[in-house]
Design a protein. Structure first.
Length: 407
């Protein structure tokens, strides 16, 4: 598959934003938008103060900065690093605790935090409290055996290690160097948390575009293009040791007559990604409607409604399933999603649609599961919540009310 990542700055509703866009086969498949003055806190590690504990919902509310509240499920608070604890073995109000932001604030919900600190590298992930050695199941047996032998010594450490699929792009010496870097970061965090004050940020996750590139190391894009010199230098620094994988692939774009954003029509594509209606090549279309509780997607046969044949309905549904999988990634739709496909009578047609839909959803980097068809013949899927949906990322699009005016 031909992939390209484009990173550039664009002014949206008067705010300067960094756009990171993934194109697959010349189609915009994933995009994120970060305001330069409001960087994401996802992945950051803080010393927070417990402000309230709710036994009813089994959660604590932890303040990580003055006035900035987060949500901590109590099941995530085991083995936590504490800087101040009133009652040993029990979390109480006004305790000070080290937490990491696991999910961004979405709609009216506070960010979710965890005490299981993870430090991400390009090929490895260090986990503070899960001491197991995990190796990506997507790697072949020979690679898994080599990597397991390489990191057997980590079993003596007070942390665990996950070897990502992208590790196959690295030489042993490079993997060991990254391991030592993550290990040093872990011990620095462990030392610092004992002496820093409440609300301190102990660790800051690299910019979102670095994480995007990392997530595609297992199947590297052909080009990573940017016109921002700071981003260009940061990319080279982060990935220059990737066993030559990114040699000549990180490209600095320079053209005074045509901006990078204009070259890829990013503004118009962002606008399209906020529209309710998505047209399909067959003449059918999707209607995508976010609500407070879930997202509803309706498949309409459009101008081809005259055809009542089962094979036509299946053809449209298969086309819709492929496009829905792309729209979930593009718009970063998460939580529960209900899809109203065109009704089909034959069980064989429905099974064909289910299997195809599962294949399309499997390509998503974020965990996405097809649940089943409900009794009302509606397809139910779930997608893990990690980052804000696209319409919340864009300046001036902070509420559901604004979704009614996307032009």
């Amino acid at each position: 598959m031909h992939k390209r990542i484009v990173i550039t700055n664009e002014t949206i509703n008067g705010c300067i934003c960094r756009i990171t866009a993934l194109f697959e086969e010349n189609l915009l498949t994933e995009v994120s938008c970060e305001e330069q003055t409001a960087a994401s806190i996802l992945g950051n590690v803080y010393i927070g103060r417990v402000r309230q504990i709710s036994e009813k919902i089994q959660a604590a509310f932890v303040e990580i900065a003055p006035g900035e509240m987060t949500y901590l499920p109590l099941k995530e608070a085991k083995n936590a690093w504490m800087t101040r604890q009133t009652r040993p073995g029990r979390l109480t109000q006004e305790d000070e605790i080290v937490v990491q932001v696991a999910k961004e604030a979405i709609k009216s919900k506070d960010p979710m935090v965890s005490t299981n600190i993870t430090i991400r590298g390009n090929a490895l992930i260090l986990t503070a409290f899960d001491r197991r050695l995990g190796i990506s199941k997507k790697l072949d047996d020979a690679s898994r055996g080599r990597l397991k032998a390489l990191f057997l010594q980590t079993e003596e450490e007070p942390f665990g290690l996950i070897v990502r699929t992208g590790a196959k792009q690295y030489e042993d010496a490079q993997l060991l160097a990254e391991y030592e870097s993550l290990r040093a970061t872990y011990y620095r965090l462990y030392e610092q948390h004992q002496h820093r004050t409440c609300y301190s940020c102990l660790y800051q996750e690299p910019s979102g575009y670095i994480a995007t590139v990392r997530d595609h190391l297992s199947a590297p894009p052909e080009k990573i293009v940017t016109d921002d010199p700071l981003v260009y230098e940061a990319l080279k620094e982060a990935f220059c040791d990737t066993a030559g994988v990114f040699k000549n692939r990180i490209v600095f774009y320079e053209d005074p007559l045509l901006s990078l954003s204009a070259l890829y029509s990013l503004k118009s594509k962002l606008k399209e990604a906020l529209l309710d209606r998505v047209w399909l090549k067959s003449g059918a279309y999707l209607i995508i409607q976010p609500t407070e509780a879930l997202t509803v997607i309706d498949v309409n046969s459009g101008g081809s409604a005259a055809s009542k044949k089962e094979d036509f309905h299946l053809k449209v549904n298969l086309e819709a399933a492929k496009e829905i999988a792309r729209q979930l990634r593009l718009r970063n739709i998460s939580g529960i999603c209900i899809v109203d496909f065109i009704s089909m009578e034959a069980e064989e047609s429905k099974n064909t649609l289910i299997q195809a839909f599962k294949r399309y959803l499997f390509n998503d980097r974020v965990r996405t599961d097809f649940v089943d068809f409900t009794k009302l013949d509606l397809a139910e899927i779930t997608r893990k919540k990690i980052k804000k949906p696209l319409w919340e990322q864009l300046p001036g699009r902070k509420s559901d009310a604004s979704l009614q005016d996307r032009a």
